[in-house]
Design a protein around this ligand. Sequence first.
Ligand code: NAD
Ligand code: IPM
Ligand code: MN
Length: 358
Amino acid sequence: MQAHIVLLPGDGIGPEVIAQGERVLKEVARKFGHTFEFSSHPIGGCAIDQFGNALPDETLAACKASQAVLLGAVGGPKWDDPNAKTRPEAGLLKIRKELGLFANLRPISVSPHLVAASPLKSEIVSGTDILFFRELTGGIYFGPSGKEPHESGESAHNTMVYSTHEIERIVRLAGEAARGRRKKVTSVDKANVLEVSRLWRKTFERVMKTEFPDVQYENVLVDAMAMHLISKPRAFDVVVTENLFGDILTDEGSMLPGSMGMLPSASIGSSGPGLYEPIHGSAPDIAGKGIANPLATILASALLLRHSLKLEQEAAAIEAAVDRILAKGHRTADLAGGAGSSLGTEAMGSLVIAELAG
Ligand code: NAD
Ligand code: IPM
Ligand code: MN
């Protein structure tokens, strides 16, 4: 197969982890006889510095013309001024919207080898296998917003908006995914308070009842879900929720396998290239030190092969290589928890490549 993959390293640890994702994809191409062409483009803070724009037109055009996009992370303290004209994060939101990536899949599974790396008790986390569907192009992230003068200074607002269509399409993807898993979908909302959540719940129940009679479903309120996620994570199979709730719950969920550095994500739309990224950010506290965990990005490259290039065997090969490395006890600093010596970003990437090659 021939494919053009766009790399968007971004800021902070983004370039460090993307370098490892690229090396792993090159090894997959070599081993399985594919031709992957790569091109790298600016996004986020580095694009603001160079072009005054967090998503330059040229970057967006390259993404649209590609088969798939692998993104590191954007943002950092340098661009955090609340009065700044634009922010790195705006580039990320724009690319999701422009590519129509309404579904963000965030798998959270706890490898038996990582049970001890979790801050939670092993009897709680072991066996966890959840697939989150976070709605990605609607909700409060994209609803009407603004700021106005106010007698006390200023007021500001953001608005959470969803339409029937936006809810139906993400629920359908969740329902289909559940059919290939344990046939259960949990929808998370705040229907006891928010009008928009009542529309979400009504739509979710209708789609499940009429289109997925073979799949079990339930509703959970978001505040309770924050608790259940860490007290009984095995109770969940597929979880579907709106944009902001999904953002928060999946960062919380990253503590089940023990680190943000382990969780990949896939953002997909109804057609066109998908966008693959770790769920973590630019990690300014460790950027430039060569110690970031590259596994979330490497696992995101596996999702890229599976979902955008339909290369299931290749995706599974990466996941199996990562699993064997963890089984052998290799850990980056975030997973080692101060115990023993830990590997740097590049050394971890090299191990995955050697494992794949062997
Ligand atoms: P963060 O995810 O960057 O970091 C949170 C904590 O997790 C930090 O202690 C960090 O060191 C650690 N961590 C994250 N990834 C790691 C890895 N691969 N290996 C080891 N440790 C890792 O969140 P933050 O500090 O709140 O945000 C920093 C910046 O990143 C902000 O500007 C934020 O907007 C941005 N951000 C970007 C994305 C993205 O580009 N997709 C996602 C989240 C946050
Ligand atoms: C994520 C991030 C982004 C989000 C930010 C950086 C815009 O936190 O991908 O989870 O909130 O979606
Ligand atoms: Mn987030």
